[in-house]
Design a protein around this ligand. Structure first.
Ligand code: NAD
Length: 412
């Protein structure tokens, strides 16, 4: 695992793009710091009568293009620098996929698996009590992230609505369908990733039946794998936290998922060879899809990767050192800020439905999402060709240019 401070990496990426763009120094200075950081202490009366105090954060990075937008994560390792970095990357992602939002992120330093349902609900509501004056449908719109669920979003919307005295579903996205969540949100990230995969395959002239390995067959990875097969690709390897499976002839992913549901793992799936999560990354495939955790592709294994194309579906799966190695080896790395932006694009569609009070079918939502994804791909590719940079730098240049234009037009 890389020990790099994520916020330092984010600022480095900003500076690289600023240099290429010859960015106005006043804009660069503003983008080097978040607009607002909120730090709260959340006291929680535990079920056993004890009181514990948890640290909570919300970072509002930049709102030149629209309300701050980004998820809330619950994890024991959450800290301010990490949340600042994620808020910055949300700003970039929202601009790449061209939705009218700025960037934000939040979190609580807590292991939610150690809380009862009652404690989890109280903690979530208390966090909203402490930050509700700083969020709102037109100021800052949170969403789920690591370890936070539609149910938690439901409690948060309910708490916010009570505090402001009116039901306000548009304050948070990723809600349960019963509270104004959007059709299509569940598959949106995998669906968006496969739209990018199709475009990349066309540009790279991949043959029909090109092979794919997916690391992490959770929400994102499973929809990605199923939809990629529907689109004519061959998924030959998948993994979960316990094990990976490989069959060069291809996997019947629906049946693999049935086994995962029944037995909790893909391990020992008939007709496959077992591979570790590390070895899966080095299989002889056309496309590698990290869809689990950050920092999976690093300087020690980047030389051994055989795929020609990497589609980042997880957030931050490639370290900056590995990025350089892949670029030198001519491997295309399609960055997370582009390939997994289908999730936040559908959150935007959820918000617009909440604000208008008019709801679409799943087919209508996915059709709209498709347009966002293919436009984002077209724009990133155009910048890449214009500046002769890799896809990650191209996405950053595109985004910073869009954010800078809004800052300029609003008056720096
Ligand atoms: P998830 O919890 O549903 O799935 C994660 C999967 O990774 C599981 O199959 C798990 O078994 C596997 N896994 C865990 N540890 C692993 C390890 N050490 N090696 C290999 N696999 C391991 O989560 P998700 O929602 O599918 O998110 C996956 C990634 O995609 C995360 O990086 C997340 O931030 C990113 N992402 C998710 C969304 C979304 O809409 N869910 C949107 C954008 C980005």
């Amino acid at each position: 695992m890389s020990k790099v401070n994520p916020y330092k990496s984010a600022l480095q990426q900003l500076n690289n793009a600023a240099k290429i763009l010859n960015l106005d120094s006043r804009i660069l200075a503003k983008l080097q710091k978040p607009t607002r950081v909120i730090s709260v202490s959340i006291p929680l009366a535990m079920d056993n009568g004890e009181t514990k105090v948890f640290d909570g954060y919300r970072v509002q990075y930049n709102d030149a293009r629209g309300p701050f937008k980004g998820g809330i994560r619950y994890h024991q390792m959450v800290n301010m620098d990490e949340i600042k970095a994620f808020a910055f990357w949300m700003m970039i992602k929202n601009a790449v996929v061209n939705i009218p939002y700025g960037g934000g992120k939040g979190g609580i330093a807590v292991d939610p698996k150690k809380l009862s349902k009652n404690e989890l609900e109280k903690l979530s509501r208390k966090f909203i009590d402490l930050i509700y004056k700083d969020i709102g449908p037109h100021t800052d719109v949170p969403a789920p992230d690591v370890n936070t669920t539609p149910q938690i979003m439901g409690w948060m919307v309910d708490e916010y609505s009570k505090l402001v005295g009116k039901y306000t579903p548009a304050v948070i996205t990723g809600k349960p369908l019963s509270m104004g969540g959007s059709q299509g949100r569940e598959e949106a990230t995998g669906f968006g990733g496969v739209e990018i995969l199709k475009q990349v395959a066309r540009a790279a002239k991949l043959k029909k039946g090109a092979t794919i390995a997916v690391q992490g067959i959770g929400n994102v990875g499973s929809f990605f794998a199923e939809l990629a097969i529907d689109a004519g690709f061959k998924v030959v390897a998948v993994s979960d936290s316990k094990s990976g499976i490989y069959n060069p002839k291809g996997l019947d992913i629906k049946k693999v998922l049935e086994q995962k549901k029944a037995m909790g793992t893909v391990k020992n799936y008939p007709g496959t060879v077992e591979v570790t999560n590390e070895k899966l990354l080095e299989l002889p495939v056309d496309v590698l899809v990290p869809a689990a955790l950050e920092n999976q592709l690093h300087k020690n294994n980047a030389k051994r990767v055989k795929a020609k194309i990497i589609i980042e579906m997880a957030n931050g799966p490639t370290t900056p050192e590995a990025d350089i190695i892949f670029h030198k080896r001519g491997i295309w790395v399609i960055p997370d800020v582009l390939s997994n932006s289908g999730g936040v694009a559908t959150s935007y569609l959820e918000w617009t439905q909440n604000l208008s009070g008019y709801y679409w079918t799943k087919a209508e939502v996915l059709k709209r999402l498709n347009v966002y994804m293919s436009d984002a791909w077209r724009d990133v590719l155009q910048v890449r060709n214009q500046y002769k940079v890799d896809f990650r730098n191209a996405a950053f240049i595109l985004a910073i240019n869009r954010i800078a234009a809004a800052m300029q037009d609003r008056g720096i």
